[in-house]
Design a binder for this molecule. Structure first.
Ligand code: UD1
Length: 339
């Protein structure tokens, strides 16, 4: 069965391609290489022995999207990762985000709704919950107004898909990720942030390598276990596997509704300091860090209630925070030894 993975050379996308191939799906990757490298295809091939079909397409090009789905008219499902995801950049360049994250989504759905049936998986984010009042966060937790254009594109994206599934043959699953980290255990693929990393774990591993002088810990006066923010850090391979299960659910027509939503996290919150300590343990070295002001827009705490994914999808994370940090660290060392 042919599956289209947009953004398939990105961090979560590439790991999902591997898991799809492991389950014998034939994968067609779409990527515009705006935040990824074509060499990721080789990493995937080294893991699975199989290079996915690759189409370099910018999904903002409506005609190109149309031609793509004409060429591949027998796809069993689309997993849509392709999107911009830097919160700060989205504040500075909102239209870039609305065009890249929303226009592309509309063009893909326009193609899919013409098919007799279509299966669609959407990359959403726990960012839609904002600062939830109750932890852990279940799928029924109310959505809060978005705190950035990036967050807004995830909310609008969810709304668009919700509306379209009501009037089309598209079945969809929205996957709300908590904080994906780590790398494939083979150390063939991992996270490759361009420039200064905005996310915690790549900043930690780059600091560990001496590429950054020190990690800035954004605030230690939050009402949490040690004053630093709490997140739910999920190993990217666990996350990738959930996509294959969700897709199979749609293919097997086991979905209870045309639109379903699942939180994907471990169910455990970890503070920034706990992540640092996990890094120190697996790397055997002290991390240089300073406590600085809070970062604007950060929520205090966010971790998932995973009951729905556990029971309905039959999926559960298996990797620990330390295993995820260990893989992230091995990946960072490998990337730097090449450069
Ligand atoms: C961020 C976005 C989220 C997006 C996700 C994916 C915000 C507020 N949220 O999640 O919408 O879906 O990235 O890219 O930007 N931290 C430090 N020092 C650092 C970096 C981070 O202390 O240099 C702390 C943060 O304060 C936070 C935690 O580490 O408490 C995780 O931060 P990060 O990795 O940026 O993820 P989120 O902010 O949770």
């Amino acid at each position: 069965m042919k599956i289209v993975v947009t953004g398939g050379l990105g961090f979560i996308g590439s790991h999902t391609v591997v898991e799809l191939q492991n389950e014998n799906f034939e994968v067609v990757v779409i990527d515009n290489l705006s935040n990824s490298s074509v060499e990721v295809l080789d990493g995937i091939e080294r893991i699975t022995g199989n290079k996915p079909i690759f189409e370099q397409i910018d999904l903002r090009d409506k005609a190109a999207v149309h031609s793509f789905f004409k060429k591949y008219d027998d796809v069993a499902g689309v997993i849509h990762f392709a999107a911009s995801k830097a919160v700060g950049e989205s504040v500075k360049e909102p239209l870039l985000y609305y065009e890249n994250n929303i226009a592309s989504l509309v063009y893909i759905l326009q193609e899919l709704q013409q098919k007799p049936e279509a299966n669609f998986i959407f990359s959403s984010s726990c960012t839609v919950y904002g600062q939830a009042e109750v932890m852990p966060i279940a799928e029924t937790t109310p959505i809060q107004p978005a705190m950035s254009p990036y967050g807004n594109t995830k909310q609008i994206g969810e709304e668009i898909i919700t509306d379209v599934t009501k009037v089309s043959n598209i079945n969809a699953i929205l996957l709300r990720y908590f904080n994906p980290i780590g790398a494939h255990p083979s150390v063939e693929i991992g996270e490759l942030p361009i420039g200064v990393p905005q996310n915690l774990v790549p900043f930690i591993t780059q600091t560990g390598m001496g590429l950054r002088k020190a990690l800035s810990v954004y605030g230690n006066d939050y009402p949490t276990v040690d004053g630093t923010c709490v997140r739910d850090y999920i190993h990217v391979v666990d996350l990738a596997k959930a996509h294959v299960i969700a897709l199979q659910r749609l293919i097997d027509k086991k979905n209870a509704d045309k639109l379903e939503i699942f939180n994907l996290g471990t169910g455990t919150g970890s503070s920034v300091l706990e992540v640092i300590h996990a890094f120190e343990k697996v790397s055997g070295q002290k991390l240089v860090y300073n406590i600085v002001e809070r970062r604007e827009g950060d929520v205090t705490s966010a971790y998932a209630n995973t009951d729905k994914a556990n029971t309905v999808l039959g999926w559960k994370t298996v990797s620990t925070l330390e295993e995820a940090m260990d893989s992230a660290w091995k990946w960072e060392q490998k990337v730097r030894s090449k450069n």
